[in-house]
Design a binder for this molecule. Structure first.
Ligand code: ATP
Length: 296
């Protein structure tokens, strides 16, 4: 699909399928096209060309009105009416969406705002506004959730609770697409993700698959007595593509090795026996992968 604003190609030929019940991450630089993609999926911004389907219904098509009711959206900037309180705000959105008003108090509880429902949203902190926005997105028990930087402004406990809620929703079959610039936060929590760059799909897959695509080396940390470091360096010398660095405090060796050489490294260390006091294999983080792919 494409979305052009004059000469600017905000979304430039993205072809993507998110499976039912997936937690799918969308990452990319500022202006990469993430929010535009969400707005296209919601039918808020018409595509210049291409076809988007949500739960089988074509966006802009005849049956999309019905499908739209099963879509929940948390925009990047939640717009709230300052003269309403939290509960009134949810009632307002519930009416707009045709969702039962009876859900609203339970949703406030779910996002940790049970005691703030009667307070004016004018007095809400940034995190409270974000929580209320999330509650709004959950109105009507959506089957598909689009969450644009949902943890922006949340405290660490709230972030943890938020992802626990996503897991519960996922267990109920809800499909979730989430954007975030906090890559460490997404790393363990998404099933797959897409990296967008200048409106194009740069990479797609699980974090583990992207590590393979980016051909990022692994780091293997060995704990050794200082006197045994030369023997370890010697044992590894015949292996290609490996670099070894003695740790600053001389308590061991840091080995950078291609992913495919992991077992060869461990095999080569076998003869050292109990001289190897400990081994720690460190996978590249999603952030490493993100920058690694950009350099490729
Ligand atoms: P961020 O991480 O900063 O939220 P994003 O990936 O969500 O970025 P988008 O908001 O989708 O990026 O913007 C993609 C591109 O489209 C940007 O270059 C932006 O300036 C442009 N754009 C978005 N909306 C419009 C619009 N209404 N008119 C013109 N250009 C637009």
């Amino acid at each position: 699909m494409h979305k052009h604003y004059g000469a600017l190609h905000a979304v430039d030929g993205i072809d993507l399928r998110v499976e039912r019940g997936e937690i799918f991450g969308l990452i990319g630089h500022n202006g990469a096209g993430k929010s535009t993609l969400f707005k296209m999926i919601l039918g808020l911004v018409p595509a210049t060309s291409g076809d988007i389907r949500v739960s089988g219904a074509t966006v802009q098509g005849r049956d999309f009105r019905a499908a739209r009711r099963h879509l929940g959206y948390l925009p990047e900037n939640v717009v709230l009416y300052d003269n309403l309180n939290g509960l009134e705000t949810l009632h307002f959105f519930a009416r707009l969406k045709g969702a039962p008003l009876s859900q609203c108090q339970a949703l406030l509880d779910r996002v940790g705002l049970a005691h703030a429902g009667k307070r004016s949203v004018r007095e809400y902190s940034k995190g409270m506004r974000q929580r209320l926005g999330f509650a709004q997105a959950l109105l009507g028990n959506p089957q598909v959730l689009l969450l644009d930087e949902p943890t922006n402004g949340l405290d660490p406990q709230a972030i943890r609770d938020f992802y626990a809620t996503l897991r519960e929703l996922q267990a109920g079959g809800v499909t979730i697409v989430i954007t975030s610039h906090i890559l460490a936060e997404l790393q363990e929590r998404v099933d797959r993700l897409a990296i967008l760059a200048a409106g194009k799909l740069q990479a797609l897959g699980s974090v583990q698959a992207l590590r393979g695509q980016a051909q990022m080396p692994l780091t293997i940390e060995l704990a050794l007595n200082e006197a045994d470091i030369p023997a370890a360096v010697l044992a590894l010398a015949p292996l290609a593509g490996i670099t070894t660095t003695a740790n600053a405090n001389a308590s061991g060796l840091s080995i950078s090795c291609p992913r495919g050489a992991k077992m060869a490294v461990l095999g080569a260390l076998g003869p050292l026996g109990a001289k190897v006091l400990d081994v720690n294999i460190i996978e590249p983080s999603l952030e490493d992968v993100y920058f690694g792919l950009r350099e490729n």
